[in-house]
Design a protein around this ligand. Sequence first.
Ligand SMILES: Cc1cc2nc3c(=O)[nH]c(=O)nc-3n(C[C@H](O)[C@H](O)[C@H](O)COP(=O)(O)OP(=O)(O)OC[C@H]3O[C@@H](n4cnc5c(N)ncnc54)[C@H](O)[C@@H]3O)c2cc1C
Length: 384
Amino acid sequence: MHVAVVGAGAFGAWTAYQLVQRGAKVTLFDPWGPGHSRSSSGGETRLIRGTYGNDEVYTQLVAEAFGAWEDFQRQSEHQVYFPTGSLWLFSKSDDGYARTAMPLLQRHGLSLEEWTTGQARDKYPQIYLDDIKTVFWEKEAGYLMARKTCQYLVEEVVKAGGQFLHERAAPGNIEGTKLKQIKLASGGAFTADAYVFACGPWMPTLFPALLSDLISISRQEIHYFGLPDLSKAYRTPNLPIWVDMGERIMYGVPDYDGRGFKVADDTREGNFDPSTADREVRAEKLNQVRQYLGYRFPALRDAPMTEARVCQYSNSPNGHFLLDQHPEADNVFLAGAGCGHGFKLGPVVGRIMAERVLDGLSVPLEFRLESLQNAGTLSNQFEH
Ligand SMILES: Cc1cc2nc3c(=O)[nH]c(=O)nc-3n(C[C@H](O)[C@H](O)[C@H](O)COP(=O)(O)OP(=O)(O)OC[C@H]3O[C@@H](n4cnc5c(N)ncnc54)[C@H](O)[C@@H]3O)c2cc1C
């Protein structure tokens, strides 16, 4: 089967990779290249963690993903998964998100243990913990290479006989129950047996009637801070990734490759156009992040900002991804709505899509169009 995959971010690149691994002929399209700066898969790093509250579907899928990331590193000979462990900090009394996850993680071969704040303070004195009520340690968690993984995946797809084209593509007409071809921005059209659209935050533009009310695009800022001279306290292995479940969910990654200490706020802001919106950092946001940094990591109070990025989440109403067949065309498949947690699950998204397209296997209920259409609203996607 010849499959055209449109979009080479995490979802499209992993789908293309899993398709070629299963013997399909694949042509992958992206006008700006894998993991480019405007995509949701751009930048340096993403977190991988198995803790997903009491949601066993995601817990099981992340357990699978950990193995798939390790397999990919072996096959591509690139380190893309850095298992630092993760510190989960709860300043509010409700730590159910971690506590309910503990037996689920154990059932799927992962671990999450509770620490006293004293234990955490002894191990990581660089973190201010006086307001923290409970602390959990997730051993297998860590960070993943973001942009680089997309590039390595495309290299592997091409090595396995697939094709990558720097092209923008749009769906052509649906005739009967089939999409006949995709239209290319450079002119002309391209025909395949099946088409997977994995266009991240551009999905609502490509399928406005179907998706513009279902997927919303939010603005996210990421900041990097320079470290004090000779300080090893903010680098691996002396600091893991961390997630701070306070009023706002803040998370971060220790210094990687000299890029600085990454701090991010998971709060979703505004409506964002991934093609045209400006990507300048806002002073107000930077001040908020600085205040937070100085509070939680007091020695970094005056650390200079070294880099910042503005990125976007593609949010579904309930925090679930969209992995499904198009309702009007049985040779068109949609992989999107990665929200703020899709990157780590890229290998599993790719596997689910490849099995759906090649073997007609069904997709877990959560990821079907109908689940998103009938969903309530989540205020916070970390709930998944
Ligand atoms: C700031 C930030 C932090 C995040 N943190 C985490 C984290 O810690 N852990 C985690 O698991 N997840 C995280 N996520 C979520 C994760 O990164 C996304 O869910 C994931 O990258 C989405 O990948 P995607 O392939 O759907 O979209 P994208 O990466 O945006 O890829 C879509 C691609 O489609 C291409 N495209 C669009 N239109 C067309 C067209 N017409 N023709 C051809 N190509 C087209 C684009 O150029 C783009 O490359 C984070 C996201 C952001 C933004």
